[in-house]
Write a protein that binds this ligand. Structure first.
Ligand code: ADP
Length: 508
């Protein structure tokens, strides 16, 4: 059993987190009740810093997804949710934000134990962003408006108006890199717009979503409105994507699985789909940038969350005449990063999330070396850590355009540094990818900055900054990074549908 090893490894773990992990995580939320999987099966999640088992959670699959969809449908069509006023929905979301904030330390620790991220970062980044997300959409609950349309029908007076109605029962499939935050991005807006939800957290990191489920019931969100089914992607996830009675599926994860989700939607009931997928984001530094700021920016762009960010700045383009100045600064920064268990408050970078992810990232490191790229720092697991899925911050130079490390998403703390000569060349190189999630430009020249911002084919462009997020600012992909925008007003489009109503007012 997982518990004893966790207790001895981390004496400082919050008592509520211990209690949750040692029992309550074995049930999932369906129709307002905490239940085991229909099969009675569970699966184990692991602490990536120790490679030890952490918790047992239900291995939900098709039968459980069916139960959850029936509950969500009932809550949508005949349950308490349609009778809840927008103002009440807003208040519940706000209250949920308050409760998450009050339990912030527990959530930060759950994220760290399950995902590996430093608890110091979960406290100041993940959890406050989650709270903001629910507060932001609490405000929208009362502002989901239709329009009156000035129509022109000869000889007739007509009133034509639109209603913005919920899409219905929504399936939400969540990744493991920001477990609670990705759940919040999807849940806040879905609930504000009046939908009901079947949410599946990633099998690597299901704990914070289950704990969130407890707070969802505590704030009085009615049974069946939010159902949380834990399980594997190929079983529970696939059952959501192909379910005939789910109206929309929202997915964040790999581009490979994104293709499967669309196929499943097409083969089943043409459910609406929104996808937030992989990336290979160009981070472009011009010689006229503030190079101190840009060097730190380049490091944070790739190393934040250990490079396990779909928008990680994994292709670093540096103007030729400052390349030899900037790369050493990045290397120096990389070598100062303190790796260790996320629960240690002095840790800058924790382990990768799983053994599978460790294998994946280290296979890219091998591929880079075999293809002839040069490792200027890192390139392997750090010598001082013999346990846990740790990979040292790594900078590759001498990278050629067709190398695997430059073309494919690595999803680890690995950056390719490439020199360039002029804005046109770097714009073409930056866009030479199947992805288009994010990009950044560092320069003091505003003309150049905005021209690049226009030319880059990416859903977000940061200028003289990186990894800026706000509940009010839309986020999503171009090209194979997906479609649909999460956050901000834009996300209402994903979770509402427009009904046009015509009223005959008699002859003109
Ligand atoms: P990664 O490869 O980085 O683990 P995935 O895209 O596999 O990312 O996982 C993201 C989410 O998608 C997880 O919740 C996972 O369970 C789910 N998932 C994986 N495979 C499938 C699938 N075939 N159908 C639906 N969901 C899936």
């Amino acid at each position: 059993m997982a518990q004893p090893s966790m207790q001895s490894a981390y004496p400082e773990v919050h008592s509520e987190v211990r209690k949750f992990i040692s029992g309550r995580s074995r049930r999932m939320l369906i129709d307002g009740k905490w239940v085991e999987a229909a099969s009675g099966k569970t699966f184990t999640t692991y602490d990536p810093a120790t490679e030890e088992p952490l918790a047992e959670v239900p291995a939900g699959d098709k039968e459980d997804v069916d139960r959850a969809v029936r509950a969500a449908r009932k809550a949508l069509e005949s349950g308490a949710w349609p009778r809840t006023t927008p103002s009440e929905r807003g208040r519940m979301l706000w209250k949920l934000a308050d409760l998450i904030e009050a339990h912030g330390e527990e959530f930060a620790q759950l994220e760290t134990l399950d995902n590996g991220k430093p608890v110091a970062i979960a406290r100041v980044a993940d959890i406050p962003l989650v709270v903001d997300q629910f507060r932001y959409y609490a405000g929208w609950a009362t502002k989901v408006e239709g329009e009156t349309i000035p129509v022109s029908i000869p000889g007739q007076r007509m009133l034509c108006y639109t209603r913005r109605e919920p899409v219905g029962v929504v399936g939400q499939i969540i990744p493991w890199n920001f477990p609670l935050l990705m759940a919040a991005w999807k849940l806040g807006v879905a609930l504000a717009c009046g939908n009901t939800v079947v949410l599946k957290p990633a099998e690597q990191t299901p704990l914070s979503a289950l704990r969130l489920g407890e707070l969802i019931t505590e704030v009085g969100i009615p049974p069946g409105v939010v159902n949380i089914v834990t399980g594997l992607g190929e079983t529970a996830g696939a059952a959501i994507a192909s379910h005939p009675d789910i109206d929309k599926v929202a997915f964040t994860g790999s581009t490979e699985v994104g293709h499967l989700i669309m196929q499943a939607a097409g083969k089943s009931n043409l459910k609406r789909v929104s996808l937030e997928l992989g990336g290979k984001s160009p981070n472009i530094i011009f010689a006229d940038a503030d190079l101190d700021q840009a060097a730190v920016g380049a490091a944070n762009a790739i190393y934040f969350n250990h490079g396990q960010c779909c928008c990680a700045g994994s292709r670093l383009f540096v103007e030729q005449n400052v390349y030899d100045k900037l790369v050493p600064r990045l290397v120096e920064y990389s070598e100062k990063i303190k790796l260790g268990p996320g629960m240690d408050p002095s840790t800058d970078m924790g382990p990768l999330v799983s053994s599978e992810q460790y294998q994946r990232v280290t296979s890219f490191l091998k591929a880079g070396k075999n293809e002839g790229a040069k490792v200027v720092t890192g390139g392997d697991r750090p010598k001082q850590l013999d346990k846990g899925y740790f990979v040292a911050p790594t900078v590759f130079t001498d990278v050629k355009p067709d190398m695997k490390i430059l073309r494919e998403e690595i999803f680890g703390p690995v950056v390719c540094a490439i020199p360039f000569k002029d804005p046109n060349e770097v714009l073409a190189a930056g866009n030479d990818t199947e992805y288009g999630l994010a990009a950044a430009v560092w320069t003091k020249d505003i003309q150049k900055a905005h021209r690049l911002a226009e030319g880059l084919k990416a859903g977000t462009v940061w200028i003289n900054c990186y990894n800026m997020f706000d509940a009010a600012a839309p986020f999503g992909g171009y090209k194979q990074s997906g479609f649909g925008r999460e956050m901000g007003k834009a996300a209402l489009e994903l979770y509402t549908q427009i009904k046009t109503v015509w009223v005959n007012l008699g002859e003109a």
